[in-house]
Write a protein that binds this ligand. Structure first.
Ligand code: C5P
Length: 302
């Protein structure tokens, strides 16, 4: 069985405060994009084995794919194993949710090939145990509001298909470290965490998506509370954001805890032009790709 595991962008991310469980309460807007890993899986009578095209990715029990498979084994009591192979195209630790999407695809795929038949509602619970972003990848909608840790998703119904230029600098950032740094700064009184005055609102972004194409509203609505911490660790993010705007993007944003940066474009042609221009003028920026909203969820991949 082969599954496509798409990446995500966060068009909007507001950190509302710290929770008793140590996580942070969020309001975010996810967008599924057409940059995807490919997951191949086959039933094995006993063993669980994972291989990957990217040698930088550990393939042991610490991998979220393995954790997803073990969780499904424990939950259902299934005795079977599987051989899993992932063709990695989503940059690792970049804020694009690659590991989370792989985990979601694993749940969907193994639920089928092991023939355990867990309903979607149960898969969503398991997904939330695996990570805050995992449930979004089980969502049928290409856009969703994420609340709680980010795991409580509400679809945003819109026919819109956006075009972006995605730039991924050659750096990895730890989500945990970025949240911790934000908290430290709040303790020192120099951050506005929990005091969400200023900047656009969630309603503004959702409205721009639902009443599309309101590209101006969307451009004004891009926001990420984690961006300043990501920029402190990876200053090239700021240069890339400026480069994207100067090359013709309507606005630019940081996805998740970074360092992936995306530019919002009026259409696919414009995105291709911006990408071509930046590849020539700024080859130092890192990986530059044109990506679009992905309408097909992980669920329906063949
Ligand atoms: O849920 P996930 O394992 O993807 O989160 C990675 C880390 O990011 C967590 O261990 C936590 O430190 C931080 N995090 C957070 N609040 C969230 C999501 C993630 O503090 N809403």
């Amino acid at each position: 069985m082969r599954l496509s595991a798409p990446a995500k962008l966060n068009l909007y991310l507001r950190v509302l405060g710290r929770r008793p469980d140590g996580y942070h309460e969020l309001e975010t807007v996810f967008e599924r994009i057409d940059l995807a890993d490919e997951l191949h899986l086959q039933v094995h009578p006993t063993d669980l084995r994972l291989t990957c095209t990217d040698p930088a990715l550990p393939c042991g029990e610490e991998n979220l794919i393995m954790k997803a498979a073990r969780l499904l084994q424990r939950t259902t009591g299934v005795q079977l194993g599987a051989t899993l192979h992932v063709i990695k195209r989503i940059p690792i630790a970049a804020g694009l949710g690659g590991g989370s999407s792989d985990a979601a695809a694993t749940l969907v795929g193994l639920n089928e090939v092991w023939d355990v038949g867990l309903p979607v509602a149960r898969l969503l619970q398991l997904a939330a145990e695996l990570g805050s972003d995992v449930p979004f990848f089980l969502s049928p909608a290409a856009f969703a509001i994420g609340r709680g840790r980010g795991e409580r998703c509400e679809p945003i119904t819109t026919p819109q298909r956006l075009a972006h230029v995605l730039v991924v600098p050659d750096a990895s950032l730890s989500t945990k470290d970025i949240y911790e740094a934000l908290r430290q700064r709040r303790r020192q009184g120099s951050s506005q965490i929990g005091l969400t005055g200023g900047g656009p609102s969630l309603t503004m972004v959702v409205h721009a998506l639902r009443n599309g194409p309101d590209m101006t509203g969307l451009a004004e609505g891009l926001w990420n509370d984690l961006a300043p911490e990501a920029i402190r660790r990876c200053p090239s993010i700021s240069l890339i954001q400026r480069g994207l705007r100067e090359a013709g993007c309507l606005a630019s944003g940081v996805s998740g805890s970074g360092p992936a940066v995306f530019g919002l474009c009026t259409d696919l042609n414009s995105a291709q032009q911006v990408a071509d221009q930046l590849r020539t003028s700024h080859p130092d920026f890192g990986r530059i790709e044109v990506v679009r909203t992905e309408s097909t969820p992980v669920m329906s991949a063949a």
